[in-house]
Design a protein around this ligand. Structure first.
Ligand SMILES: [Zn+2]
Length: 391
């Protein structure tokens, strides 16, 4: 059985102990007493040193606490030191979570059903069918007020049967370890917490996600909150510099730019379409007239013919007695257009040819489109087109 020193003194960072047992070739050791916190109750494990070895993981084995080491140690007396910066950060996040859950319950009746305290961000899931940004801001304001009120956070041991006023009823029996935030919250918890709410530091609520019937609130406390706010400011400032504007004007400027961009894109599409129509007319003028007196044009390109090519083909076929075939891409795509007086029914012909070549497509007598399965089928199509026109 390991005596857990963190239960009664969360600020104990250096201590002496005895290694009473070692396994895994000395890399997994058990102490008679330990201030190392094992991953449990949503809080991450501590790191630090035992004698000359680094503590990589701390595992709760119910009766005992196992310390996983970077180097083997033998039973005997050892000096131990906890990585205090990491531990204190965990104490801030964990205490901040108690306060946040208490305020969410007090202000809106939201119950905390799940807690995740992570390396970078932490979350609580609350029973809120809807939670809007204004409520988030109100909770955040009240939590930070309670931080400034610097309320005492204390630990007591009470019998489960007689422990009244807990935020969440405990399923445990026997003696409960109860963490109290003066005048605000009583929760059964085995984790490590700061002494007063002031030590939690600033609390910043961030993302809000829906998870089935609950709302997931992301939060950061203490130095993490300051680092997040700094990173957010730097990002916003970088955007503001691009606009040579104040940070507060960035959202409005982005909206205005998006509107301008959409208008410019609409203009560009309109001009491109006009250009394609003109190009179609020019192609008609330059297309050779064959023995039957029909202007026949064949365009093979590397790229699939798209919207602009279709407009060019349609414009081309506005001329008298003409037909145009466009093929391109891999696998090939086809556009076929013909004037009404060409004697060449585009849709019907293309449908027949594509059926023979394993492709698909069709259209009207003046305009048809389709696709072919492979490059060889494209060659087959060109061969049929040329044979039809005797070219
Ligand atoms: Zn706790």
């Amino acid at each position: 059985m390991t005596a857990r020193l963190y239960y009664d003194d969360a600020y104990l960072a250096r201590f002496t102990a005895q290694i009473v047992e070692a396994s895994d070739g000395g890399r997994r050791v058990y102490l008679d007493r330990s201030a190392f916190y094992p991953t449990s109750g949503g809080q991450l494990h501590d790191r630090g040193r035992i004698a000359g070895a680094q503590v990589l993981d701390v595992v709760d084995e119910e009766e005992r606490v196992a310390h996983v080491l970077s180097a083997p140690l033998e039973p005997g007396p050892v000096e131990c030191a906890i990585d205090w910066a990491r531990r204190f950060d965990h104490m801030q996040q964990h205490s901040g979570q108690h306060l946040l859950s208490a305020v969410a319950a007090e202000m809106f009746g939201f119950d905390t059903v799940s807690v995740h305290l992570g390396e970078e961000i932490s979350t609580i899931d609350v029973t809120a069918r809807s939670l809007d940004p204004a409520q988030m801001a109100a909770i955040e304001r009240r939590v930070n007020e309670a931080v400034c009120e610097n309320r005492a956070i204390t630990v007591s041991y009470e019998e489960a049967a007689g422990a009244a006023g807990l935020r969440k009823a405990s399923e445990r029996t026997g003696t409960l370890r109860i963490v109290t935030i003066e005048g605000m919250d009583r929760s059964a918890c085995g984790g490590t917490h700061v002494r007063r709410t002031g030590e939690i530091g600033p609390v910043l609520l961030r993302k809000l996600d829906r998870v089935r019937d609950t709302a997931r609130i992301e939060f950061v406390c203490g130095a993490r909150a300051v680092a997040c706010a700094r990173a957010d400011y730097d990002t916003l400032n970088a955007a503001a510099r691009q606009f040579c504007a104040a940070a507060a004007d960035v959202p409005g400027l982005i909206a205005a730019q998006m509107e301008k961009l959409a208008a410019a894109d609409k203009d560009r599409r309109k001009l491109a379409a006009e250009l394609a129509v003109r190009q179609g007319r020019e192609l008609y003028q330059t297309a050779p007239v064959n023995a039957q007196g029909v202007r026949v044009l064949e365009i093979a390109a590397a790229e699939k013919p798209g919207e602009m090519e279709r407009l060019r083909a349609q414009s081309f076929a506005q001329g008298a007695r003409c037909a145009v075939l466009m093929v391109g891409g891999a696998p090939p795509a086809v556009i076929l257009a013909a004037s009404a007086d060409s004697g060449f029914p585009a849709g019907e012909t293309l449908k027949k040819w594509l059926a023979e070549l394993g492709g698909r497509g069709g259209g009207t007598a003046q305009l048809a489109q389709g696709s072919l399965p492979a490059a060889e089928a494209g060659e087959g199509l060109l061969a049929r087109w040329r044979a039809h026109w005797g070219s």
